[in-house]
Design a protein around this ligand. Sequence first.
Ligand SMILES: *Cc1c(COP(=O)(O)O)cnc(C)c1O
Length: 493
Amino acid sequence: MNFKSTRDNSNIVTPSMAILQGLAADGGLFVPVSFPKLQKNLDSLGKMSYQELAYEIMSAYLDDFSSDDLWACINGAYDEKFDDPGMAPVVKVGEVDHMELFHGSTIAFKDMALSILPYLMKTSAVMNKSDKDIVILTATSGDTGKAAMAGFADVPGTSIIVFYPKNGVSSIQERQMVTQKGENTHVVAIEGNFDSAQTKVKELFNDIDLRKEMDDRGFQFSSANSMNIGRLLPQVVYYAWAYLREVERGKVAYGEAINFCVPTGNFGDILAGYYAKMMGVPIGKLICASNDNKVLYDFFETGTYDRNREFVLTISPSMDILISSNFERMLYHAASNNTEELLKLMRSLETSGTYTVTPEVMVNFKDYAAEYATEEETMDQIRKVFEKTGYCMDPHTAVASRSYEKYVEKTGDRAPCVIVSTASPYKFPEAVLKALGRLPEDITDDALINQLNAVSKVAIPKAIHDLKDAPVRHDLVIPVAGMKDTVRKIILS
Ligand SMILES: *Cc1c(COP(=O)(O)O)cnc(C)c1O
């Protein structure tokens, strides 16, 4: 099972090399050469623990990992760091089920993949006899940064630099990052939005001079963003997991399909759902839910991707993205692995900020549907669902929840659907309390947490307790143009 670049069919590497490199040197993203099929029937998969299922699915892709190595990665990652033994519990919320992916150490779904990525990367480095220290460069829209640092903090032979938009994350997200411990962790705020940070990070990856300079000094870049295939593969697991739970509770019989509705930004989470479907997990529609930055919704409506629009700051900041990096992977699959076609589209995106796909390519997006929720609809949904069911959602999950309702209204598709819940409401206490009409004026951050606890009755997660009194360790703010120099300063001096 090798991986090839979306931009060059002859750039083929082993699984461990794909993880180690993060991004292909030609600027493309690594995708599996073909999709492996599930080797066991659904009935036997249904009896597995999360860890066993993770092994079953990930070993199908990571076939250069020894069984012992992969098990060591899985056991190191999926342990009591998660406050629910099921890792990704599927819970009933009124008529629909939610899969909660926020029971890890940073209370957002990024923990599902970023708790295992450092293990995969270290194993890959050993396997390839790499003598270089790994420098993880990461742009974050709020959640990746903290989850990646939690995974890589004090891992020997690695260091991690996280760039986040200064005014583009929630105050809890920012506090989580700037208080990060670990001598090898570095957090830098940039004067710009997530798109500018991600674009610059990609540029640094492909900066030949910088790579050479790093190489000479014994360093090698890699990525903890979902551009790294090592982020995507662990996410495939929970789609199968949720399907099996739906069978268990009698929502469907083995083989009958369910839908998923996924709050989407960089298109990593939902793409993992597509990979699960390609492997044989019975999935009907993958409903792509956007906030006011609805560049993906518009694409699914028209076949034109157009990032030339105002970037809106919303209460679901981890989805405030106009250049969805994993969409390149899906486009490549939809264009039947035609690199030339893909390159044409990507060049057009780089030069004019827009591209239009052919009707033939568009047909291959048939596994998807798309909807969006405005800010008002999102706030309204948090309140409505809470009043009806007592379930308290974070704003990202609320975008998906509302989008799903709109999808059902429009299509009448009543197949069972799982809403992918991507963050704990404690990550966005202010927005959630405001939506519930329970936000007092002039309230301190600590009081906010207690208020959310009193209103929602959801237990305060350990991640939030740990923030109390944690000293700020990172306070650098720079312009986007200063990112390269900052990387050089941090790593080389
Ligand atoms: C990252 C994130 C998303 C978007 O996931 P993508 O893989 O970027 O599409 C949604 N919700 C939350 C809470 C996130 O942190």
